[in-house]
Design a protein. Structure first.
Length: 136
């Protein structure tokens, strides 16, 4: 399955009442290939929620999970988890061939999933959030 088809298959533009949010988040994360990473915000765009909700879902995972949580990093390409779990995340990514810069970041243009240029990689803007930048 190419990147565009995968994006179309994974993106949930209209949240479903039948599938709980965390289940949708985990389903998308399971599709991130070895050696690739995605961001909290990117997963949120594909699922149709906020990046913090993705973080909460990740924190709710049990220790012995099959969900490849280590493949989700922050928008700067860095690891957001402090301490030993953050070290574990980096070691798992490095074991999959992901390289970090001296600043501790991953090149998202090379390792990001799905690739930004893929057809269907950018879900339509969500209309459920009101535009709070306007006054009146």
């Amino acid at each position: 399955m190419d990147g565009a088809a995968l994006c179309e298959a994974v993106a949930v533009k209209q949240p479903s009442d039948r599938v709980p949010l965390y289940s949708r988040i985990y389903a998308v994360i399971r599709r991130i290939p070895k050696g690739r990473v995605s961001t909290y915000g990117r997963i949120a765009e594909l699922v149709g929620c906020g990046a913090r909700q993705v973080g909460y879902a990740m924190a709710a995972l049990p220790d012995a999970t099959a969900v490849p949580w280590h493949r989700v990093i922050n928008a700067r390409g860095g690891i957001s988890i402090p301490g030993g779990t953050g070290i574990t995340q980096r070691l798992r990514l490095e074991s999959e061939g992901v390289r970090f810069s001296q600043r501790g970041t991953v090149d998202l243009s090379a390792r990001g999933w799905p690739r930004a240029g893929s057809r269907g990689a950018t879900p339509s803007k969500r209309l459920s959030r009101p535009d709070r930048s306007r006054t009146g």
